[in-house]
Design a protein around this ligand. Sequence first.
Ligand SMILES: *[C@@H]1O[C@H](CO)[C@@H](O)[C@H](O)[C@H]1NC(C)=O
Ligand SMILES: *[C@@H]1O[C@H](CO)[C@@H](O)[C@H](O)[C@H]1NC(C)=O
Length: 244
Amino acid sequence: MEKSVKYAEGYGKVNPSDDETTTVPYKSPSRRRRTTAITICLSAIIIAAIIGATVVHHQRTKPSESEQSSSIKSSNSIKTVCAVTQHPDSCFTSISAINSGNVVDPEMIFNLTLRLAVDEFANISSLPKTLISKSNDLRTGSALRDCATLFDDALSQLSRSVEAMRVGPEAVVLTKGKVADLMTWISAAMTNQQTCVDGLEEMGSTAVDEVKLRVQRSTEYMSNSLAILSNMDSILDRFGLHLH
Ligand SMILES: *[C@@H]1O[C@H](CO)[C@@H](O)[C@H](O)[C@H]1NC(C)=O
Ligand SMILES: *[C@@H]1O[C@H](CO)[C@@H](O)[C@H](O)[C@H]1NC(C)=O
């Protein structure tokens, strides 16, 4: 604002000397001064309006530009992390769908895959119990009861993993020891799911196809989480970071 006023003053000073050299109808000095003052005022208003418009325009475009570049950065990070998984495309798609904060940190990207795995498994965790109530085949019933136990255990392994990732804002998220623990818990959950499917298959249960179908996505998410954890050292390396 101050700058624009100074600029307008400089602008205004040009006019009086012009007036003196060119032949213009006589103006009394006081009228001329008033005209000059009005010119200065108008110039100041116009320049201020132009500068104001420019500033507002900048404030509107700047955040969306940086938002865009941070979302591109985030997409690239997710692609880099997902490249170590067996299903890089679906890894990328599923994480992007829940990536509200434009994460770039590999540890945070892992945390999103864990959230996907936990949410998906929580959705199917009561499946064995539901199937038990529908089944009147004794052999299937016993295999499903095993499944119910295995699923309960898997859910608690996953909950431990989520707890381990719940740290304060300034705290270290992952250590070598924590990565090892997370891998143990998540693979236990994954093994439990598979053991359930194997048991149903052994019993020749008719429920096996439905269970196989329903655990597919949760198996995929867990396998993504595990792949990321087991490659965490080299992933962090690519980001110029390292494990604590
Ligand atoms: C839970 O599973 C059911 C059956 O597959 C599905 O229709 C539903 O969308 C799932 N809900 C969530 C939150 O994933
Ligand atoms: C990981 O995600 C959970 C929600 O799923 C959140 O409570 C936790 O704070 C996150 N951990 C980090 C280190 O951001």
